[in-house]
Design a binder for this molecule. Structure first.
Ligand SMILES: [Zn+2]
Length: 297
């Protein structure tokens, strides 16, 4: 493991929370609901009054975050670990080589040289050591008071949407040819809980940089989340919750009737003026160290 520059007096937690807001999230059919608990056999998935909660798996979120981290590393002059195996059966034969000329190094090549890059360290590799960044699914509930933000939960309203593909032939009178059912969560508002098994200033620097990038690019198709994105879904507004907040302070962020305390303002200042820049610096040092070896090799 690479040593980060000593950052005395700065202690970073192992938990990180990304506050997420999204008007409409559609991630294929992979939203898992708890309707079998709540329905009592009378569940109507299209009823606006249903009280269905559920789980958003972390797979899509994880890919979305990783993509942001790759860009953050490339913007700082480094190359990112390619997410795919070199011998994978890509649909376009030259895609891997093309990526390698465009800001990526072969997956795991960094580890073979001795120092895994941050992406390899955080996300791990198939058949290699597991990643050190644990990404949890998000539990959502339509009942705001039932949401525990410090456990990575969110307010969200589940609906099953039905869409019909209508015939274009005038004689058919817009007869439905086919119907499609989609799982969707609307008005998502809450936290995504991440856990660093080995928290370091560089990894917090990378997380903060990636979240900023994803927030800035949220209207780009490439950086939206999940399927059905052409229909306005998947536009996520992410914010990294101040890692210096206590659990009580984190809860307060989501309490609409409370304003930040003076201590929270102070913590915000400390994060912005001291800790975040130190994490940025550690990130840059780590990127330069990993990529220097790439050029030497
Ligand atoms: Zn790598």
């Amino acid at each position: 493991m690479t040593e980060d520059p000593p950052l005395e007096d700065i202690s970073l937690p192992s938990e990180a929370y990304i506050a997420l807001r999204c008007d409409l999230l559609v991630i294929g059919d992979s939203i898992i609901t708890d309707r079998h608990h709540a329905s009592g056999g009378n569940y109507d998935p299209t009823d606006p009054a249903n009280q269905i909660g559920g789980t958003i798996p972390s797979f899509s979120l994880s890919g979305w975050l990783r993509h942001g981290m790759e860009r953050a590393i490339q913007r700082r002059g480094g190359t990112a670990c390619h997410p795919g195996e070199a011998n994978a059966n890509f649909k376009k034969s030259d895609v891997y080589e093309r990526d390698l000329e465009d800001g990526y190094h072969p997956k795991g090549a960094c580890r073979e040289r001795g120092t895994p890059c941050l992406l390899a360290e955080l996300f791990g590799e198939l058949g290699g050591p597991p990643g050190t960044l644990l990404r949890r699914p998000i539990r959502f509930s339509p009942v705001r008071s039932a949401v525990t933000y410090e456990d990575g939960e969110a307010e969200g309203h589940y609906r099953r949407l039905s869409r019909h593909i209508a015939s274009r032939n005038r004689d058919d009178g817009r007869q439905s040819l086919r119907s499609v059912e989609l799982d969707a969560v609307a008005n998502l508002d809450g936290t995504w809980y991440l856990h660093f098994r080995e928290p370091s200033p560089a990894s917090f620097g990378l997380l903060a940089a990636a979240v900023d990038f994803l927030a800035e690019r949220r209207m780009d198709f490439m950086h939206q989340l999940g399927g059905a994105r052409n229909n306005g879904a998947g536009i996520i507004e992410p914010t990294l919750c101040n890692p210096l907040y206590s659990t009580r302070e984190l809860r307060r962020v989501f309490n609409r009737s409370r304003k930040p305390t003076a201590a929270m303002d102070e913590a915000d200042e400390e994060w912005a003026d001291t800790v975040r820049p130190a994490c940025e610096k550690a990130l840059q040092t780590r990127i330069d160290a990993t990529d220097m070896e790439a050029t030497d090799a």
